[in-house]
Ligand binder design. Structure first.
Ligand code: ASP
Ligand code: MG
Length: 424
């Protein structure tokens, strides 16, 4: 049994959904758990719905929902020749339920409200694709991930209860293979012990695929994407990128840690624990090899990988009392940074100063400067980039640092990191 995951781009319109059916027909005879995301940009739209609801902006709320209705109805019209009444009713009642929320009080817990609403993108998408598949001869059963993936009640970022989820998958999902070849479910969503819907964090559908695979001891997971596999760099920033044919779980975790965004970082660990291989393949060229992520580290060093983070700010703190950077002020610095919810990408210290690099967009710079004002002089430098090279050599370093000024660098045996700015 295999687990497949189709993301938002792979079901973004009716042609894309038809393509999913084509891919699945290549796996006739296999038992599949298929995890699907919300269609296209639905999740972003639903996030706007939540905000309109919170602000009690009636016009915007109904306008956004109407856009979503039109989008999904168009798609239905293109997928089904005749009106598929059960499916239309199902989708209709989901939208009705959403619209009724306008007259209900908005919970004090924003994240709770968010999850009840944003999760619907996956529910709608899975109903549509599953119905299309069954109309086209597949033996498919729609299944509600909200009865299978158990989390705590950390809304928007549910923490998985692995043993409960495993029990639910084994007792409530797997037996359905007796009546179907494809068990069709949603990514990104789960439920609390009380039965409220949770989500697993943006882009969490990959993680759902990992959870289902772990809990069902699947033979493999395949994530179908609009790229041929994992590339050694983002084509947005680099020419001549190459596909990584095979890398280890360990390497994939490293790459994700440094900011490579092909796979949701939480996906890998459960698969590594059970040595379940993960394929990343193109939904446009489904017969091509893609990338396989598995246990062996043999091929990790063959191709250098580049990870770029733009819009970085480098802040350096110097104690006002001229003291050295030692354990006492380090612990104070970290306390203040954690108070400011700063997410550090790189840090380094000298005798008298301590430097950190942060994403500008995720950082409240003035809050940090305020917190440190009492004891530290702070200097900062914006508009920088952080480039990480895995399995570097001098040539790769020369390549990335051409016409750049290096402000800070760190190297270990496998990894070199550079904070740079353009020389103008
Ligand atoms: N639909 C959700 C999102 O866009 C989950 C996912 O696509 O993985 O974040
Ligand atoms: Mg998505």
């Amino acid at each position: 049994m295999k687990v497949f995951k189709f993301g938002g781009a792979s079901v973004k319109d009716s042609d894309a959904v038809k393509n999913v059916a084509k891919i699945l027909s290549l796996y006739e005879g296999d038992k599949l758990i298929v995890v699907v995301s919300a269609m296209g940009k639905t999740t972003n739209k639903l996030e706007e719905v939540v905000d309109a609801l919170k602000q009690k902006d009636k016009k915007k709320f109904f306008h956004l929902i109407n856009d979503l209705k039109v989008f999904h109805n168009d798609l239905l019209g293109n997928l089904f020749q005749e009106k598929h009444f059960t499916l239309y009713n199902t989708i209709e009642s989901i939208f009705e339920h959403l619209e009724q929320k306008f007259d209900l009080p908005f919970s004090e817990n924003y994240s709770y409200e968010y999850d009840q609403i944003v999760s619907l993108g996956e529910v709608i998408s899975s109903h549509i694709v599953a119905s299309f598949l069954s109309e086209n001869g597949f033996l498919v059963k729609w299944t509600d991930a909200r009865n299978l993936i158990r989390t705590d009640n950390t809304y928007q970022e549910g923490n998985v209860d692995w043993s409960k989820t495993e029990e639910l998958v084994k007792t409530k999902l797997i037996p359905d293979f007796q009546e179907a070849d494809i068990l069709f479910t949603q990514g990104f969503i789960g439920h609390t012990p009380e039965g409220f819907t949770t989500t697993l964090g943006r882009e969490g559908s990959d993680f759902s695929a990992g959870i289902f695979a772990y809990c069902s001891n699947a033979e493999s997971v395949t994530i179908w994407k609009d790229v041929p596999g994992m590339l050694n760099a983002d084509p947005k920033y680099f020419e001549n990128t190459v596909k990584l044919d095979q890398i280890s779980f360990k390497e994939a975790i490293e790459l994700a840690y440094y900011g490579a965004s092909v796979i949701h970082p939480k996906t890998i660990k459960p698969l590594q624990n059970k040595e379940i291989p993960l394929f990343v393949k193109s939904f446009l060229e489904p017969k091509k090899e893609g990338t396989i992520i598995q246990s062996s580290t043999k091929q990790d060093h063959l191709i250098p990988s580049f990870i770029v983070k733009k819009n970085q700010v480098l802040i350096s703190f110097t104690p006002k009392d001229f003291s050295f950077i030692v354990e006492e002020n380090l612990s104070e610095i970290f306390r203040l940074l954690s108070e400011a919810q700063a997410k550090i990408n790189i840090m380094q210290n000298s005798a008298v100063s301590f430097s950190i690099l942060l994403d500008e967009k995720k950082t409240d710079l003035s809050k940090i400067l305020n917190l440190f004002q009492g004891g530290y002089h702070a200097r900062y430098n914006q508009g920088l980039e952080l480039v990480t090279i895995r399995h570097y050599n001098q040539e790769t370093i020369d390549h990335i640092s051409k016409d750049k000024e290096i402000l800070l660098q760190q190297r270990t045996r496998q990894t070199a990191r550079f904070v740079m700015k353009n020389i103008d």
